[in-house]
Unconditional design. Sequence first.
Length: 103
Amino acid sequence: MPMKFIKNLYIGDKIKNKDRIIRRLSKNHPYKNLYCICLDSSSNNLLVILNSSEIKKDINRNKDYKIIGIAMGKEEAFELTRRIIDSVYKEYGDPIKIREFFA
């Protein structure tokens, strides 16, 4: 599964060298303690938070994930997810419209 990243990727404050991380993830090289916030077009979930090593596992290999954010650590991933949902709410007045926001 080739990873897809949105153009204006949300980045956690602890992320250093974003371009290097994206290159490594694109080549299926996981980072320790790096989490990806993803849209999953094949599910009813608004967002999916996955450790970078989980994305390439067999159970996720055929899923159509679009990475919209990267964060270092679980806590930062939850905070970044909150920031993403806040952005959607400010734009549409409804956090459920997350797919439209990233279309």
